[in-house]
Design a protein around this ligand. Sequence first.
Ligand SMILES: O=P(O)(O)OC[C@H]1O[C@H](OP(=O)(O)OP(=O)(O)O)[C@H](O)[C@@H]1O
Ligand SMILES: Nc1ncnc2[nH]cnc12
Length: 205
Amino acid sequence: MSQTAPDASAQVARHSSSHPASAAELAGLKVKLRGALRQFPDFPSKGILFEDILPIFADASLHEALIRSLELHILGAYGGQKPDVIVGLEARGFLIGPSLALRLGASFVPVRKQGKLPGPCITQGYEKEYGEDFFQMQSDSIKPGQKVVVVDDIIATGGSALAGGQMIQKMGGDLLEFIFILELEFLHGRDKLPAPVYTLLSGQA
Ligand SMILES: O=P(O)(O)OC[C@H]1O[C@H](OP(=O)(O)OP(=O)(O)O)[C@H](O)[C@@H]1O
Ligand SMILES: Nc1ncnc2[nH]cnc12
């Protein structure tokens, strides 16, 4: 079940005066976004129904609606605390994380597939809906006590997000929340995760 952001409009009024916000604004943005999603059967392997979020980024107004919706959620959550760091999971988390971090005045930190990051790294193996892999983060990328939000396009089994969360916790980060555009609820991935989960387009608008 999705969490809601009951006081989003009050928070946004304080933090983002150029965009008056309301629950109605958030609901309208979600309807726009839902309509843009596409599904591809049997990709990348037989039996997988692939959820394609890329049409959102192909349309500037949908892209804006996505980032605005997530900004509204974050500003209304965590009892008014703001995240210090937005962590994005390679690759599709990189489409969301940097612009969201910029809006919030937070840092952006990537979780990358193994072998892509220079310098000392920590490594975490994981299993996902259609395979297994290793993630890495630079060892100094999260400072102890920093408040962290993890973003990605979709949670399926939760294996990828769990691996990201484990590395953040090893570095002493304080996980505020995991945020996704979509959730494959039948896989119960959220049950694996060590912090609250918010899914933008699941449940009621
Ligand atoms: O909940 P899980 O079962 O772990 O699956 C979710 C992950 O799978 C997809 O990424 P993928 O590994 O396909 O990488 P990509 O973003 O580089 O395409 C998706 O973007 C999530 O990161
Ligand atoms: N069904 C799915 N569609 C898109 N991305 C995914 N990542 C894991 N499962 C997925």
